[in-house]
Design a protein around this ligand. Structure first.
Ligand SMILES: [Zn+2]
Length: 80
């Protein structure tokens, strides 16, 4: 699936699942950009297939352990 990050406009043609559940993203799943590390939400009603989260979605995303772990790993990658 082709996505365009709503923060940095990086285009991606693959997704790597980091949580439980489906191997393919579903509407409402969170997506972390490998370019800028911002978290978006899959929404197949928009052309980019992902959008910025609402405030309520952002609260849930920020509290999820997998998102926090992924953010740490990406930050460490950028330090190398
Ligand atoms: Zn991005």
């Amino acid at each position: 699936m082709l996505t365009t990050c709503p923060y940095c406009e990086a285009v991606s043609d693959h997704q790597t699942p980091v949580g439980e559940g489906f191997d393919t993203p579903q509407n409402g799943d969170a997506s972390m950009c490998g370019g800028c590390c911002e978290v978006s939400v899959f929404d197949f009603t928009v052309a980019a297939n992902i959008r910025k989260p609402t405030d309520d979605e952002q609260d849930v995303i920020a509290a999820h352990p997998a998102v926090r772990a992924a953010a740490l790993l990406l930050a460490l990658r950028d330090m190398q």
